[in-house]
Ligand binder design. Structure first.
Ligand SMILES: Cc1ncc(COP(=O)(O)O)c(C=O)c1O
Length: 382
């Protein structure tokens, strides 16, 4: 354990200070653009930076459209609504995810169903998804997938690219197509991660990103919806901006909308951060390769990108063969000024999701007890 902590200190060139899990980094024009917002008085949700941030994002990820939102959770809620999720429907996601995925499903008035993840990608397992659908779903006369037990419509599938490691998204989309269920990718953690040179978040009908303070790039708080579908993109902008019908001065709204537009202040940060995204990802990938070199000689498993996929290595992670070793490491590292964190408690174990239907979760359970995130910030010494 001590050897690992010494190695982390060596990577971050810090022999005795506190090493955080993931600190934001500001390398360029953040202050300049924020000052521009203040000087221009455009600090709220109208302003040139919001449009610019959207354009930079759609160019970077290769989607036709990008619509900025207040945060990733709100972006996911709206993406689900746009995918057709209605009150009382069901949405299949993975049990091993950050709580925001399941919360957004609830915010869209649907109930989550939890399936297992892969032991290597940490993302939704296509086999387990298929097993669950084969056992539980039927297609009705309208071509909708219906849960045999609850009789509810299964209206979306939400895979998540855990810690930036791409999941097996092509296989998941193929299975979803068989059942005519739209895929909404929770790519909150995977800006800068690709599968066969195609950006995560662009495989399904819609994808979402988060710019929370702990993410690869941050706007303080913020989110983005991406899609190639023009109609959905227009609706995304419309319902995130109170569903106001454009008019030079009159107030008219054609449905219950949301006040979910990103502010110009946040987008100004986003534009500055996007300008350095490639450098940030390159740096994070160097840190990951240092971890890989080290852990290959140890009993720990380091989670690496799979063949054909490229990870942003947002959070580097390892597993221990025994849960007790993991617990000892968490205590020792945090007691010694090195911030490490366990992977999340499974969603079906949280009080509010205890009654949700689940598939076989044996991989999720194995990982839940063994995975730890290591310090992964941008490293100015590389
Ligand atoms: C997997 C996942 N989904 C959704 C979110 C929600 O994003 P936000 O915090 O911007 O609401 C996050 C991050 O916080 C996340 O990690």
């Amino acid at each position: 354990m001590k050897k690992t902590l010494n190695y982390i200190r060596k990577i971050y060139n810090d022999s005795d200070g506190f090493i955080p899990l993931h600190a934001p980094v500001f390398l360029g024009n953040e202050k300049k653009y924020l000052n521009e917002c203040i000087d221009s008085t455009f600090v709220s949700s109208v302003g040139k930076f919001v449009n610019q941030f959207e354009q930079m994002t759609s160019e970077y990820v290769g989607s036709k459209y990008a619509i900025a939102a207040a945060n990733g959770t709100a972006a996911l809620q709206i993406a689900l609504i746009l995918a057709g999720v209605k009150n009382g429907d069901e949405v299949v996601t993975q049990a091993l995810t950050f709580v925001a995925t399941a919360n957004a499903i609830k915010h869209s008035q649907a109930n989550p169903i939890f399936v297992d993840v892969d032991r290597d990608t940490l993302g939704m397992s296509p086999e387990r998804l298929k097993d669950w659908l084969q056992e539980n779903a039927v297609i009705n006369s309208k071509g909708e997938a219906i849960n045999k037990t609850s009789k509810k419509k299964i209206s979306a599938i939400v895979p998540m690219h855990t810690f930036g490691l791409p999941c097996r998204i092509n296989e998941i989309v193929d299975i979803a197509n068989e059942y005519r269920i739209p895929v909404v990718e929770d790519s909150a953690e995977s800006l800068g991660s690709f599968v066969n040179a195609k950006h995560t978040g662009t495989f399904g009908l819609l994808g979402v990103f988060s710019y929370n303070g702990n993410k690869t790039i941050t706007t303080g708080g913020g989110g983005m919806i991406v899609t190639d579908n023009e109609e959905l993109a227009k609706r995304a902008k419309h319902i995130t901006t109170t569903a106001k019908i454009p008019h030079p001065f009159e107030y008219d709204h054609d449905e219950i909308g949301y006040n979910y537009r990103l502010t110009n202040l946040a987008a100004a940060m986003g534009v500055a951060q996007m300008e350095n995204l490639n450098q940030i990802i390159e740096n994070k990938r160097k840190t990951a390769s240092l971890y890989i070199n080290y852990f290959v000689e140890t009993a720990n498993h380091f989670f690496q990108e799979q063949n054909g996929s490229k990870s942003n290595y947002w959070l580097n992670s390892i597993s221990f063969s025994e849960p007790s070793q993991r617990d000892d490491f968490l205590k020792f590292s945090n007691d010694n000024g090195i911030m490490t964190r366990p992977i999340w408690k499974l969603m079906n174990k949280l009080e509010m999701f205890k009654k949700c239907q689940c598939g076989d979760l044996s991989n999720s359970e194995w990982l839940e007890a063994r995975v730890v995130n290591l310090p992964s910030s941008y490293n100015k010494f590389l």
